[in-house]
Ligand binder design. Structure first.
Ligand code: GLA
Length: 332
């Protein structure tokens, strides 16, 4: 290729690139734009919500603007950006429930409609902002199921309860997390697990490293426990707990961890050898993603008021044996 042609081609592709990215940012047409803001885009849970939100977008003909909002500053900036791009509203899983009033004030200033997903906003008094529409999982019930399944698996393995401990990794400042863990502990107690062998430890961050640190600090306090049941609000929390037990020399036959989210546990369940991570409760990230933005769309487009609270109750236990089939059934 001659230099002149080469330069012309480069300039042209540069232009195409520029306009492609401008389109991605400002949209290429008059298509309605709706935001979908999530606190932890690295979790497959939120990636699944995004992809089902996009499915709704294709079905109804709107554009989904996906944004990562790991902290308060990024959240408020994202709302400015959305408003500047002409979006009419957004679905959000906030990085911090206490940002609720600030998020709502900013959204109102731009006349943007808001639907919350997964985590509920709290007002200045720390009370749930029940007037903001919310789509979330049935936290207490799904937590209760976690505890029941742990007890069932422990019984199946014939463990002696007197030498078994429950490691409950908590994140009580997040209401959905508190309710899941409390539900799980309730189920274990009701099944007859000794209450004084249920140990709670808070995690500083809601990810594997945070849970791993919390679990390590707990393990050193109870060196006589021979088997562990691991409770936590989601897969990453339980995975952190499992990694800590491995670090202390517990193998898969002495640990039962059951997570929540399912989609975040796929790599673990696909490992060639079983680990202490026995399974996960798979709720419906597909439903959360689709329904939340669908109701936002109908609100913006046809002025149909969304329900203030949609609780998603479906849940299935996935293990190494059935995870592929169960995920496929949901189109995941
Ligand atoms: C919270 C958790 C996520 C996921 C959702 C589901 O936001 O942090 O991992 O479990 O709830 O509603």
């Amino acid at each position: 290729m001659k230099l002149k042609t080469l330069l012309a081609t480069a300039a042209l592709s540069g232009m195409t690139l520029m306009s492609a990215s401008a389109n991605a940012f400002f949209g290429s047409s008059d298509e309605l734009k709706l935001g979908y803001l999530v606190k932890q885009p690295e979790e497959p849970w939120f990636q699944t919500e995004w992809s089902f939100a996009e499915k709704a977008g294709k079905q109804y003909g709107f554009e989904v603007v996906k944004m990562a909002v790991p902290d308060g500053e990024k959240t408020l900036n994202a709302i400015d950006t959305l408003a500047a791009s002409g979006a009419k509203g957004f679905v959000i899983c906030t990085p911090d429930p206490k940002l609720g009033p600030a998020i709502m004030a900013k959204a109102k200033s731009y006349d943007l409609k808001v639907i919350t997903v997964d985590d509920q906003f709290l007002n200045a008094k720390g009370k749930p902002m029940t007037d903001v529409p919310l789509v979330m999982m049935a936290a207490s019930e799904i937590g209760y199921r976690q505890g029941s399944e742990l007890y069932k698996e422990m019984t199946k393995r014939g463990w002696d309860a007197s030498s078994t401990g429950v490691m409950a990794i908590t994140a009580d400042e997040l209401d959905t997390a508190r309710r899941r863990v409390d539900g799980s502990i309730k189920a274990l107690k009701e099944a007859g697990f000794p209450e004084n062998q249920i140990y709670r430890v808070p995690t500083k961050t809601n990810d594997i490293p945070g849970a791993l640190d919390a679990a390590n600090s707990l393990l050193v306090q109870y060196p006589t426990v021979k088997q562990w049941l691991i409770v936590g609000m989601n897969d990453n929390t339980v995975l952190g707990g499992v990694r800590a037990t491995e670090g202390q020399g517990f193998d898969a036959t002495h640990v039962i961890g059951i997570g929540i989210n399912g989609v975040d546990a796929v790599n673990e369940l696909a490992k060639s050898k079983p680990t202490g991570f026995y399974g996960s409760l798979l709720p419906s990230p597909d439903v959360h993603g689709f329904k939340s933005i669908e109701s936002l769309y109908k609100w913006v487009k046809d002025d149909v008021e969304p329900k203030k609270f949609v609780e998603v109750t479906d849940v299935v236990l996935i293990t190494r044996d059935n995870f592929k089939a169960e995920l496929e059934k949901k189109g995941l």
